[in-house]
Ligand binder design. Structure first.
Ligand SMILES: *Cc1c(COP(=O)(O)O)cnc(C)c1O
Length: 494
């Protein structure tokens, strides 16, 4: 739904139009007759009309007119920009059939894209990176790698850490360390990013997907129990269970860990999205036999690309480091007895990581504040169900997510996302569950109950811009545009 403040009827006078332009600050008005766009009026049009001797009381319908240049509903942000450049406009109306006004977009919005989750550097990263340059420690490995491992392990309260080139690499190494071999099965949360389970395929193993519950959006203990019962009957227990902590929130570890323990199967905790989160006072990622974090560009802290594997056993971290450096035996002539990988993090990137780790708690506060602002500003919107944060959990709100209430959610979700995208706001659907991905067609899947929770969270879920460096003005833009999109959603439903 379009901002009604910037729409006026044709009988509006020049003086009224000037006052409205002044009040909205948008820079242009859409003159509409019923739902139909008649013309666009800018400051410049009114100034020229005045200079040509028109009275302030002249209605807009009497000003010289021309066919408005319009964009079509499906046009991309790039196309809108192209049209504005071509015609030297700073505003472009978007119209549907019969020139029904759908939206009105400004150049300012399009040139200041709002990202879902952009990197946010602190004050100390450059000092660490400069140190790497000054000491010529550009080669991979070096004091910052050791320092970053030590500091991160201490931060999350785990004995040891190994810094690697990505979260995906850390998961791959973790699977190998847990003994995953070709033909094995691995249980994994279905509602996740593909980086959680691609490494299962690298090992030649087969994934079995487990649904989420509605309280945490993470692995459902009921579904996990069913999967184990099935696996036991088949005589084929999984080699490990990958429990994913989505969008900055831990899974229900007190319910999940005892089930895995009962079957004697270790847990690999994919905490790529939940660094900084707590579960009953303990750091997310510290519950599994092995935990994994990611420092990809969109995560809560970043090294531009990187990952970390954490474990309480020193031998696990040591073996991870060895496998990540081509599995070199300790011999001066480079002796090799097993396959290794080139997965280590570089000393330069570890320097960025050390600086980022110092602002992690601040980033958590900032992301939680972004969420609180959305919750407060959109409290009157009946279609919004925020991702819950149960008692005893402390989410980082890495991404602010909600589901749309009501029937036909998938189509409505797409309409809302499209409307945000037209205003150059990057929002996304919730992860498409792995059991619905063509890549994993045929893989066994255990839903929470008759209700496929992951599938319905995907259909109705939206992730909003949530960066810790989102300005109040930017968040205001998201809130305003989302309110309009939700009003349109309600209108379409009636
Ligand atoms: C980002 C992410 C990964 C992979 O991390 P990379 O560093 O991008 O390889 C794995 N699992 C989840 C849930 C993620 O969000």
């Amino acid at each position: 739904m379009i901002n009604q403040e910037i729409c006026v009827p044709p009988q509006t006078t020049v003086l009224q139009a000037l006052a409205r332009l002044d009040a909205t600050g948008f820079g242009a008005l859409a003159v509409i007759d019923g739902p139909r766009l008649v013309r666009v009026v800018t400051d410049g049009d009114l100034r020229r009309a005045t200079l040509a001797g028109r009275q302030p009381s002249t209605p807009l319908s009497e000003l010289p007119s021309h066919e408005p240049i319009c964009a079509a509903e499906g046009d991309s942000a790039a196309r809108l920009m192209e049209l504005m450049n071509q015609h030297v406009f700073d505003h472009i109306p978007v119209v549907g059939a019969d020139r029904r006004l759908i939206d009105f977009i400004s150049r300012r919005e399009l040139s200041q894209r709002i990202w879902l989750s952009s990197p946010h550097l602190g004050d100390e990263e450059t000092a660490f990176v400069e140190d790497a340059f000054r000491t010529n420690w550009i080669a991979p490995l070096g004091p910052h790698v050791d320092g970053f491992e030590r500091e991160l392990a201490a931060h999350v309260g785990v004995g040891h850490a190994a810094a690697v080139s990505s979260g995906t690499a850390a998961i791959h190494l973790a699977l190998l360390l847990l003994g995953v071999k070709p033909g094995d099965t691995v249980f994994c949360s279905s509602l996740t990013f593909v980086g959680s389970c691609n490494p299962i395929m690298y090992c030649g193993a087969q994934p079995v997907f487990i649904d989420s519950d509605r309280e945490t959006w993470n692995m459902s203990p009921a579904a996990l129990e069913h999967a184990f019962e099935w696996a036991k009957k088949e005589g084929r227990l999984p080699r490990c269970v990958i429990v994913v902590n989505l969008y900055g929130q831990s899974a229900d570890m007190d319910a999940l860990l005892p089930i895995c323990e009962r079957y004697g199967v270790p847990v690999l905790e994919d905490a790529a999205e939940s660094l900084g989160a707590l579960y009953k006072g303990r750091a997310s990622g510290s519950f599994g036999v092995i935990g994994v974090y990611s420092f990809n560009g969109n995560k809560i802290i970043t090294t531009s690309g990187g990952g970390m594997l954490v474990a309480n056993e020193a031998a696990v971290a040591e073996r991870a480091r060895k496998l990540a450096t081509q599995a070199r035996e300790p011999a001066p002539h480079y002796e090799h007895v097993e396959v290794g990988f080139n997965y280590r993090m570089s000393n330069v990137l570890a320097g960025i990581g050390r600086g980022q780790l110092r602002v992690l708690e601040q980033r958590v506060e900032q992301r939680r504040e972004v969420f609180e602002t959305y919750r407060r500003e959109l409290a009157d919107q009946p279609q919004i169900n925020w991702m819950p944060e149960p008692e005893g959990y402390r989410s980082t709100r890495w991404l602010t997510c909600f589901t749309l209430q009501g029937p036909g959610a998938a189509k409505r979700r797409d309409a809302v996302l499209k409307s945000l995208e037209r205003h150059s706001i990057e929002a996304r659907p919730v992860w498409k569950p792995m059991h619905l991905q063509p890549l994993f067609r045929g893989a066994p899947y255990f839903p929470h109950s008759a209700d496929d929770v992951g599938a319905s969270l995907f259909e109705a879920g939206i992730c909003l811009p949530s960066g810790s460096n989102l300005t109040a003005e930017q968040q205001g833009r998201v809130v305003d545009q989302l309110r309009r999109a939700l009003a349109e959603d309600r209108r379409a439903a009636t």
